[in-house]
Design a protein around this ligand. Structure first.
Ligand code: ALA
Length: 524
């Protein structure tokens, strides 16, 4: 039992870092805010507000964004405390392993896979929606069956779901309907929500071959780029940030004049429960502020600037999200925002094709940068876990020429490409949310526990209002988790059980710390 709580000694962490060489301290507070915004703003603003307003929250989506921001702010401050306390570039996994023990470190690391890998999948699907729309604007039409996943394609229209005989229809009935629709004996567009994706789809054993090809292509291209060694410089990031923020400001400036306050009534058509469900999903819109804390070794004045970077980027993102969500639901009745490029849809409805095309370009740029960072982050976390012996050694191999973790980058790229090809965005968004919320709960709890158990470690930055702030963080994140649908919980449960099996069968036995120190507590 004790060995589950063995911690990675601080001395070893620092030794590993010094072996990798010193990073140059060149980032100021403004750079850190830009990095935060670069990693935060993506599908969370360009897709989710519309979809969640349509499905769960109505105009109350504005409130969902504020609640999710509050949960993130508490977690971000706790994150900053741990990041400053353990001045080693890495992730919550590293902090968890060093302070809370191997088992919880493993749980956080396994969770971060949901945040980064499944997050990359989510962002790739979002990217594809905007890319297909941009091609349409340019007069290029891709066949529907290579732009959509089979699950959303096969969903029936509301009109057909309202028929008692189809309310609980299974896959067999959907496929039988599809065969009739393709033969023209029934009206496919009336029966299916997205018949465009199914109309010409080749059938394999009666099952339509539909997949999201643009998502696959973007993931593979970025993966190859990352294998070659991609230097994310603060300047390149700044250019992307300027493009996406400008585009969002243009959207606000164009659309704000068309707000009809009547569209905001009723404010919560699905009740407060709906607002909370949406808050739990749009929570992923804020993911990315943790990227700021990974730069702790490159900040000129990390003690002061890390919290400024984390909180500053959160404030900017929150203001933009709330403004966009309020304007979208004010201009267009929320029911019309369910598509996969809702910000552009609003401008299409306003008959502003030029602005809609700008939004497409801004969204594609913004979402690409988020995708790149997620695809870059995941292999580095698996790399750390493999270096610690908790995952097989091939995941920590370095390419002899490019000096990148090429095998793990390709491995992740392949998994993300396949899952993005076939999964619908809402299933993926729920998983990303629950995984990240769970990691945040552990980080907040970690701050409370460590203030008592490890008073010896100096804390250059302390989360304010202790212990209220981390407690509120736990409560808010926990409440958001509880607001997620039970299906998301079931998938999360399966994921955790799988993680426990991997740990039990592999990590526990191969742990390097286990072999090195055999459970001896760290010397203080
Ligand atoms: N926060 C990131 C986004 O919205 C994941 O795309």
């Amino acid at each position: 039992m004790r060995s589950l709580f063995r911690t990675k000694p601080m001395s070893l962490l620092l030794k590993e870092t010094s072996q990798e060489g010193q990073l140059k301290r060149s980032l100021r507070a403004a750079d850190l805010i830009a990095i935060g915004i670069g990693c935060i703003i993506g599908v969370g603003i360009f897709i989710l507000p519309g979809q969640e307003a349509a499905k769960h929250a109505g105009p109350g989506i504005v409130l969902s964004f504020v609640i999710a921001a509050a949960a993130c702010a508490c977690s971000a401050l706790c994150y900053a405390e741990l990041a400053a306390m353990i001045p080693v570039s890495g992730s919550a996994y590293t902090y968890g392993y060093a302070t809370l023990g191997e088992f919880l470190g493993w749980v956080i690391g396994w969770d971060l896979v949901l945040e980064y890998m499944v997050g990359a999948c989510l962002v790739a699907i979002g990217w594809s929606g905007y890319f297909v729309n941009l091609l349409e604007h340019l007069g290029l039409h891709l066949p529907g069956w290579i732009t959509a996943d089979p699950f959303s394609s096969l969903s029936l229209s509301d009109q057909w779901l309202a028929r008692p005989e189809y309310a609980h229809a299974g896959l067999g009935e959907h496929l039988a309907l599809l065969a009739q629709a393709q033969q023209g004996t029934i009206d496919g567009s009336a029966a299916f929500a997205h018949f465009g994706a199914l109309k010409d789809a080749p059938l394999i054993g009666g099952f339509p071959l539909t997949f999201n090809l643009p998502a696959v292509v973007v993931v593979l291209v970025l993966t190859l780029l990352l294998v070659r060694g991609m230097k994310e410089s603060a300047r390149v990031n700044l250019v992307m940030v300027i493009i996406k923020v400008t585009v969002i400001l243009i959207f606000i400036a164009v659309a704000v004049w068309h707000v009809e306050p009547a569209n905001w009534k009723p404010f919560m058509p699905f009740g407060f429960t709906g607002v909370m469900t949406a808050a739990a999903i749009v929570f992923v819109a804020y993911i990315g502020f943790d990227a700021v804390s990974t730069t702790s070794e490159e900040a000129i004045n990390p003690q002061r600037d890390l919290p400024i970077g984390i909180i500053g980027s959160l404030i900017v993102a929150t203001l933009l999200y709330v403004a966009v969500a309020a304007i979208m639901t004010g201009v267009v009745p929320y029911q019309q925002l369910a598509g996969d490029h809702p910000v552009a849809t609003v401008l299409d409805i306003l008959k502003k094709p030029w602005a809609s095309m700008l939004v497409d370009i801004g969204a594609i740029t913004g979402i690409t940068s988020v995708l790149l960072v997620l695809l870059m982050g995941q292999p580095r976390i698996l790399f750390a876990m493999s270096r610690d012996g908790l995952l097989p050694p091939f995941l920590s191999k370095i390419h002899p020429r490019y000096r990148t973790p090429h095998l793990t980058t390709l491995f992740i790229g392949a998994i993300v490409a396949v899952t993005a090809a076939v999964l619908p965005i809402n299933i993926v968004a729920g998983l990303v949310s629950i995984g990240t919320l769970f990691a945040f709960v552990i980080v907040c709890a970690g701050v409370i526990v460590l203030r008592r158990t490890r008073q010896d470690i100096p804390r250059p930055f302390k989360a304010p209002l202790f212990p209220v702030l981390p407690a509120v963080g736990i409560a808010l994140c926990g409440y958001l988790m509880v607001s997620l649908p039970w299906t998301t919980w079931a998938r999360f449960g399966i994921w955790l059980v799988l993680g426990l099996l991997v740990y039990g069968l592999y990590g526990y036995r191969h742990s390097r710390i286990g072999q090195l120190v055999a459970g001896t507590p760290e010397k203080k």
